[in-house]
Ligand binder design. Structure first.
Ligand code: LCS
Length: 401
C-alpha cells in the first residue's frame, strides 16, 4: 500500500469543507494543483524482476488500471477522508459497489438482513442474484429495532441499511442497528447515497462499511455513473480490493477525475439544495391537494428525532402523494418544466419521478406495498436552482391536478 503524500498533511484533522477541497490531492512532479488524469490501462515495469516484485507485493507501484490507478486512487482517498474510513474503492456504479461489498462479506449459507425500503435494484440484487448463490435474506423495516433484532439469525453476517431510504425516506437508527449487528458477529453496511458525507457519516455511528452511488451528489453534475465502497478498518481493506479486482467492476480514470472535481463543491451544493428543499416540503405539506409529505426536515417525519441525532442536515429528497393519487401525480409530473422528469438524484438540477413505475418497478407490487412505496408516491430531488422558480413550477403544475 502506497503511503499517502497529501499536499495538506494533516487533512484528517481539518474541517469538512477543507477536506472536500484538498483531500486526495497529492504532490506531483509538475506541481499541478489539480491531479493529472492517468488515462492508461497499463504501467511499464523497469525490468522483469520489477514486474514480479509488484505482482508479489514486494514492491510498491502501479501494474494495471483494474488493480490500481493514481487518478482513481486520488478520488478514493478523498472519499475515505470525507467519510472517516481507512480506505475507499471506486466502482463502476453504485450497484457495482453494493454487489462487490456484499460479495466480499457473504458466502453460501450466510444470511443478510436488509431494509425493506431500498433502491429497487438493491432489493432485487439481494433477492435474486445473491439468493441464487445461496445467500438468504430478510427484508425488514429497519426503522424498527425489534424487527431487526428478530430477523437476525445465527447465520446473519451483514445488516444492510439505507437511511434515509429510497424513496420512502424512512430513517433507521444507525447506532442501535450497529449494536445489534456487532452483538451477533455481523457487520453493518450502510448505503449513504441519500445524505452523503456532509450530512451523515455512518462510520461515526457504528457502520463498518459505507457504500455510495457516486452518480448522485458526490459527483453532483449528472455526467458520471460510479460507485464507492468505504471500509472503516484498514485490516479489512485488502480483501475488498482483491474481490473488486476479481469481479472487475471498477471506475475509470476520467470518471474518477470528474467525481474528484465534484467533491470540492459537495458541501456548497448539498447545503444549498437542502436550503431549497425545506421550504418546498413545507409548501407541499400545507397544500390542499397534497395528501402527505415525507421529508427528514419536517417535524411530521416519523423518525425526525433519530434523524436529528445522526444527521447534520435534512438532504434534498422529498416524497409525497397527492390527494388525487396516481392520476393526479401523473398530471403533475407531466406538467412541471423546471423539475425534469428523470430518475437519479443529488445533482444540481431538480428532478421528479414516479418510483412505482420507474426506480422501484423491479421490486413488484407486493414488496412495494410491504415497504410503503405506494403507487401514488412522487419523488423529488431538489437542486440548486432559484427557489422561487422551483416553487412557481410546482405551483403551476399543482393547479392542473
Ligand atoms: N443506492 C441508492 C440509494 C440509489 O439511489 C442508487 C441509484 C443506487 C444505490 C445505485 O447506484 P447506480 O448504480 O445507479 O450508480 N438510484 C437511482 C434512483 O433513485 N434513480 O435513478 C438511480
Amino acid at each position: 500500500m502506497k503511503n499517502w503524500r497529501f499536499i495538506v498533511k494533516n487533512i484528517r484533522e481539518m474541517g469538512l469543507e477543507t477536506k472536500a477541497v484538498h483531500a486526495g490531492i497529492e504532490e506531483n512532479e509538475a506541481g499541478a494543483v489539480v491531479p493529472p488524469i492517468y488515462q492508461t490501462s497499463t504501467f511499464k515495469f523497469e525490468n522483469v524482476q520489477h514486474g514480479a516484485d509488484l505482482f508479489s507485493g514486494k514492491g510498491d507501484g502501479y501494474i494495471y488500471t483494474r488493480m490500481r490507478n493514481p487518478t482513481v486512487e486520488a478520488m478514493e482517498n478523498a472519499i475515505a477522508v470525507l467519510e472517516g474510513g481507512a480506505h475507499a474503492l471506486g466502482c463502476g456504479s453504485g450497484m457495482a459497489a453494493i454487489h462487490t461489498a456484499l460479495a466480499s462479506l457473504l458466502k453460501t449459507g450466510d444470511h443478510v438482513v436488509c431494509s425493506e425500503s431500498v433502491y429497487g435494484p438493491t432489493s432485487t440484487l439481494i433477492r435474486t442474484v445473491m439468493a441464487n448463490f445461496g445467500i438468504e435474506n430478510s427484508m425488514v423495516d429497519t426503522s424498527n429495532l425489534d424487527a431487526v433484532r428478530s430477523a437476525v439469525r445465527p447465520s446473519t453476517r451483514v445488516i444492510f441499511v439505507e437511511t434515509p431510504a429510497n424513496p420512502t425516506l424512512v430513517i433507521s437508527d444507525l447506532d442501535g442497528i450497529a449494536e445489534i449487528a456487532h452483538a451477533n458477529d455481523a457487520l453493518l453496511v450502510v448505503d449513504n447515497t441519500f445524505m452523503g458525507p456532509v450530512m451523515q457519516r455512518p462510520i461515526e455511528h457504528g457502520a463498518d462499511i459505507v457504500v455510495h452511488s457516486l452518480t448522485k451528489s458526490l459527483n453532483g453534475h449528472a455526467d458520471v455513473v460510479g460507485g464507492v465502497i468505504v471500509v472503516k478498518d484498514a485490516e479489512r481493506y485488502p480483501h475488498f480490493r482483491t474481490t473488486l479486482n476479481q469481479i472487475g467492476g471498477v471506475i475509470d480514470p476520467f470518471n474518477s477525475f470528474l467525481v474528484h472535481r465534484g467533491l470540492k463543491t459537495l458541501p456548497l451544493r448539498v447545503r444549498r439544495a437542502a436550503e431549497n428543499a425545506l421550504p418546498i416540503a413545507e409548501y407541499l405539506e400545507k397544500h390542499p391537494k397534497v395528501q402527505w409529505v415525507r421529508y427528514p426536515g419536517l417535524p411530521s417525519h416519523p423518525q425526525y428525532e433519530i434523524g436529528r441525532k445522526q444527521m447534520d442536515g435534512h438532504g434534498a429528497m422529498i416524497s409525497f402523494e397527492l390527494a388525487g393519487g396516481l392520476e393526479a401525480g401523473k398530471t403533475m409530473m407531466n406538467n412541471v418544466h423546471l423539475f425534469l422528469l428523470a430518475v437519479s438524484l443529488g445533482g444540481v438540477e431538480s428532478l421528479i419521478q414516479h418510483p412505482a413505475s420507474m426506480t422501484h418497478a423491479t421490486m413488484g407490487k407486493e414488496l412495494r406495498e410491504q415497504a410503503n412505496i405506494t403507487d401514488g408516491l412522487v419523488r423529488l430531488s431538489v437542486g440548486i436552482e432559484n427557489l422561487e422558480d422551483l416553487m412557481a413550477d410546482l405551483d403551476a403544475a399543482l393547479d392542473l391536478c
